[in-house]
Write a new protein. Structure first.
Length: 258
């Protein structure tokens, strides 16, 4: 696809509301993909981009700043310098996505609506496929909170450790999008429970039953029983949602609405 065709496509999709630099930045992204460029590959010079896209130096520079702000480019000065394709890290992507939801007032139900759909399917797909090393690592995660929490701070730490169990499972998925969403859900749940003080007071039932469910999921995964792993994970999600909602109501009664 020619640069002119790419630019016409971007303008058609974005309409006249998009600025020239933004349209050029989108065209450059499409060109990078079309050319099969990889992280570390060097982009054409500023003058070459001016000629390719038919825009002024100022527009090209602003377009490059947009792409750099998005994390898709890195600029180096000096000998051998220039603009290079850069891969956005998952941590940065999750952080940016979290910023989008920061003022969206997500509910416990919102989060668990997704978790109940995705995590049972994840463990079903992983049954019989995980190495002994991964299974042992999952067990070691549950060992880190084998003792009941003594106070709210320890309860919070236990919850964060428990969520790493789910994040570790998500890392094993062959579906990168599924794994990313589940890890993002774990981050979001951790943020929601911390910001809303849902560990005050502590809830031992949530700790003990949650850990028990994880051990049952792990047992099903070791046995290669996908259906059992799915069923137990769904029970786990349903139970956790119910208790988290109850915990939120308790906190509201204790501290007032927030």
């Amino acid at each position: 696809m020619s640069p002119a065709t790419l630019q016409m496509k971007i303008e058609k999709n974005d309409g006249s509301r998009a600025s020239k630099p933004l349209r050029v930045a989108e065209a450059i992204k499409h060109w990078v993909v079309a050319e099969g460029m990889r992280p570390g590959d060097k982009l054409p010079s500023e003058s070459e981009l001016m000629e390719r896209y038919g825009h002024s130096k100022g527009t090209i520079r602003e377009s490059m700043r947009i792409l750099e702000a998005q994390g898709l480019l890195k600029t180096r000065t000096g000998p051998g310098g220039g603009s290079f394709v850069h891969e956005v890290s998952e941590a940065r992507t999750r952080a940016l996505l979290a910023n989008y939801f920061y003022f969206r007032d997500l509910t416990i139900q919102d989060i668990y609506q997704l978790r109940k759909q995705l995590e049972p399917d994840l463990v079903y797909s992983l049954a019989g496929k995980l190495s002994d090393d991964v299974l042992d690592e999952l067990k070691s995660i549950t060992d880190q909170y084998a003792e009941p929490p003594g106070d709210a701070e320890e309860d919070r730490r236990h919850h964060e450790i428990a969520l790493t169990f789910h994040a570790k499972l998500a890392e094993q998925s062959e579906n990168q999008l599924l794994g990313f969403i589940i890890r993002f859900m774990a981050d979001t749940l951790s943020e929601v429970t911390t910001s809303r003080r849902l560990f005050e007071p502590t809830n031992r039932e949530l700790w003990s039953k949650g850990r028990e469910y994880q051990l049952r999921v792990l047992k099903a995964l070791r046995a290669g029983n996908g259906q059992m792993a799915r069923d137990v994970m769904l029970e786990h999600m349903q139970f956790a949602e119910k208790l988290m909602i109850q915990q939120e109501l308790r906190v509201k009664r204790q501290f007032g609405d927030f």
